[in-house]
Unconditional design. Structure first.
Length: 202
């Protein structure tokens, strides 16, 4: 089974179309978007519509949380209040329904391998802001989370959010599709093995 994963489009419609073209060439059996449609680029609504109509699995990132609930869910992004207030005014009821129904994560069994996909590792999925802060990558908290039973029960955990390609144990991060150094992740799950490759979009 072949799975394509990408993340963090950030309003870059050209990049989103490019990653869809690249993935189409791979004949992937499943495609997963890890979230963050908004912020930075200026074609967020067009990106949202393309993703909404694509039929792929679309997971919720922190940017979708801000679009859905406002920035009060995360005290670190007060500086983005005006931007997200503007986005919330632009969204149609149908578009907001799509954002609300985007799940935080999904789990797939692929040829006997259990894979979890999410925007980032979680602090608490019951909280309004469920993800670990990005600072966890530098203070050891992320590393500790990678060693937790909640993470290690999966054969692979795939995340975005940090805009970096890296591997930590069974956790694999994919860079931002909408920014410089864009890539997507291609996973191949066979009966006896699971492998993955970061593929450049440039």
């Amino acid at each position: 089974m072949k799975i394509a994963v990408f993340s963090d489009v950030h309003g870059n419609l050209k990049a989103l179309k490019a990653v869809f073209e690249k993935i189409k060439e791979q004949n992937a059996d499943l495609t997963v978007f890890l979230g963050d449609i908004f912020q930075r680029g200026n074609e967020e609504i067009e990106c949202l519509e393309l993703l909404k109509d694509s039929g792929i699995i679309c997971l919720k990132g922190n940017c979708e949380l801000y679009a859905e609930h406002g920035v009060d869910v995360d005290p670190d992004v007060e500086h983005l209040r005006a931007y997200y207030d503007g986005i919330r005014e632009k969204l149609t009821d149908e578009q907001m329904r799509f954002i609300r129904q985007m799940p935080l994560f999904c789990e797939k069994e692929c040829n006997g391998h259990i894979i979890r996909f999410s925007h980032f590792l979680f602090l608490d999925t019951d909280e309004a802001y469920p993800f670990l802060p990005l600072s966890s990558l530098k203070n050891g908290v992320f590393d500790k989370a990678c060693e937790s039973e909640d993470v290690n029960k999966y054969d692979l955990v795939v995340i975005g959010h940090s805009h970096q390609n890296f591997v930590k144990g069974n956790v694999v991060s994919v860079s931002a599709s909408g920014l410089e150094g864009a890539s997507y992740l291609l996973i191949e799950a066979n009966d006896n093995s699971i492998s993955f490759e970061h593929i450049s979009i440039d």
